[in-house]
Each structure stands twice: as C-alpha cells, then as structure tokens.
Design a protein around this ligand. Structure first.
Ligand code: AMP
Ligand code: ZN
Ligand code: FE
Ligand code: FE
Length: 278
C-alpha cells in the first residue's frame, strides 16, 4: 500500500469539531504516515497531537493556516515545519487572538440590535480554547434557535458584508510568508481554486512563497492539473490535505485526500534549502 499523509486539518483549537487526539487516532487507524494540524491562526493543537501520537508510528509536524488578505480578498497561507516556540510567531498569534475577541464583541452587539439576545460570555464559552470567530457565534445562534441550522447562520447573518458581520484584521500575504519564514518554516498557498486569484501566484512567489496546495476537497481533477502546472512554472512544491473540520458540509474527513508521502519529502528538501540559505 502506498504511504499517505494529510497536511491540512482543523481541530477544536480553531473551527474544527475534533480534538487533536481524535485526529491522531483517525490518522493512525487509516495508517497515515504523517499529519499537520493547520488551525486558523493557532498552533495550540500541535503539542497535544505530538503527545498523543507518542511512538505509534505517526509523525506530526508543525502547521498553521494564517488568515491573510489582499485588498478584500482572503488569502489563506499555510505554514509548515516552523519552530513551535518562536517568540514573534507566538506574539502575532496572541495579538490576533485579542483582536478577534474585540471583533466578536462587536458582532454580539449587532446580534443584540437585531433582537437576538446574546451575551458575549456565551460565545466565549462556545469557543473554549479555539480562535474565537463566526463559527462559535453560529453555534450559539443555532442553540438559541435564532436560525434553523449552522449554515443558515452564515447564509442569513454572518456572511461577509452580512448584517452581523464585522471584518477581521489580517496580515498581508507577504507578512504571513515572512512570519512563517522567520520562524524557520515554509509557506504554502492554501486551496488556490477557492481563492481564485491565479494572477497573484507569481507575485506571491516573488514574496517568498514556497509551495502550493494541489490536493483539496474543492479541487477537482482539472484544478489539480492546473495548479500543478502553475506550481511547476513558479518553482513551487506541492502539498495537499483533507481540510477536515469534522463539521457537516465543511469538507471531508482526515485522510480523504490521497496525498502521497513523496510530497512531504519534496517539501522537506525545500525547507532544508531555505535553512541553508540563512
Ligand atoms: P472568521 O474567522 O471568524 O471570519 O470565521 C471564518 C470561518 O467561518 C471559516 O473558517 C469557516 O469555518 C466558517 N465559515 C465561513 N463562511 C462560511 C459559510 N458560508 N458557511 C459555513 N461556514 C462558514
Ligand atoms: Zn476552517
Ligand atoms: Fe482555508
Ligand atoms: Fe482550512
């Protein structure tokens, strides 16, 4: 059997509904060789996953999915193989956490103005250890029966520009790349078909982009082929993953994308090269 990996997984440290331990158990069951937990603006899932994997034969590497944006366009930047105790990275994560809390308070005010009486503490409790955001607001709204489903909360109120939406502060893509590099990692453009701004890829390469995500639940065969070609043209390595959230309607399960272990080996070579250049 070929060896597979999963380089894009969310947990309860952001908007996933699975603990890092559960992710590790699933990966072990499937016989995956390596995983990266890539929570939004958080690396809280890394150490619990490493601890749980122990010496059971599953390698866990550091990962993150940074929220970046150019003008109004969201660009998700994946980082891998960085030091998980890097001070500037941890400071940035903490700064963004605080900004997210303030933003969430503003969204709760909007919710109350619309007659959906909610206390910020209810949302805070929902978020638990996670990077607090719209998913937790949506969960509270569902629980209080303001909406019929989690996705309806987004469709009716929380969508970008919607009645309860408040924009969030984001890094520029180039800042995200620099942050990952200075922490010793490599930067990968997440799900380029979702971002759908192919003309930016060459520019991101100039800013230091190292890799591009090829395997993703939203990428059909044609998209995989297209981004493979764009990646080759720009000297980028390839990655992929399930983007699993264990949340209905939000992509698949851990291991769903059949990403060969060779992708990690290519990434590791690029990572080593970057390290030698320093
Ligand atoms: P935030 O970072 O607070 O703006 O929330 C972004 C998160 O909300 C994403 O990572 C998704 O998990 C979730 N999300 C965004 N748009 C939708 C949508 N239309 N339906 C369901 N979930 C969504
Ligand atoms: Zn997510
Ligand atoms: Fe993403
Ligand atoms: Fe993701």
């Amino acid at each position: 059997m070929p060896n597979y990996i999963d380089l894009h997984i969310h947990t309860s440290f952001s908007d996933g509904r699975q603990t890092p331990e559960r992710v590790v158990d699933d990966a072990l069951k499937l016989g995956l060789k390596l995983i990266a937990i890539t929570d939004h603006d958080s690396i809280g899932g890394f150490r619990p996953a490493v601890a749980h994997a122990g010496d059971k034969g599953l390698e866990v590497i550091t990962g993150i999915e940074l929220s970046a944006a150019r003008e109004d366009e969201d660009i998700h930047m994946l980082g891998y193989l960085f030091r998980d105790d890097d001070a500037p990275l941890l400071e940035m994560i903490e700064k963004f956490r605080q900004i997210r809390v303030e933003r969430c308070k503003k969204m709760v005010v909007k919710l109350n103005e619309l007659g959906m009486v909610t206390d910020f503490d209810e949302v805070l409790e929902k978020a638990g250890k996670a990077t607090i955001g719209r998913p937790h607001l949506a969960e509270v709204m569902l629980e209080k029966k303001f909406v019929g489903s989690y996705n309806d909360a987004f469709r009716q109120y929380l969508f970008v520009g919607g009645p309860v939406y408040v924009p969030k502060a984001k890094l520029t893509p180039s800042e995200a790349i620099d942050l990952i590099h200075q922490a010793g990692g490599v930067a990968v453009l997440a799900h380029p078909a979702v971002t759908n701004r192919d003309e930016l890829i060459a520019e991101l390469k100039m800013a230091g982009l190292d890799g591009i995500e090829i395997f993703h639940p939203t990428h059909k065969k044609a998209a995989r082929k297209k981004y493979r070609e764009i990646g080759l043209q720009n000297g980028l390595f390839f990655t992929g993953g399930s983007d699993s959230h264990n949340r209905k309607g939000r992509y698949g399960d851990v291991g769903d994308q059949k990403v060969p272990l060779e992708y990690y080996q290519t990434m590791k070579i690029a990572w080593e090269k970057r390290r030698e250049e320093k």
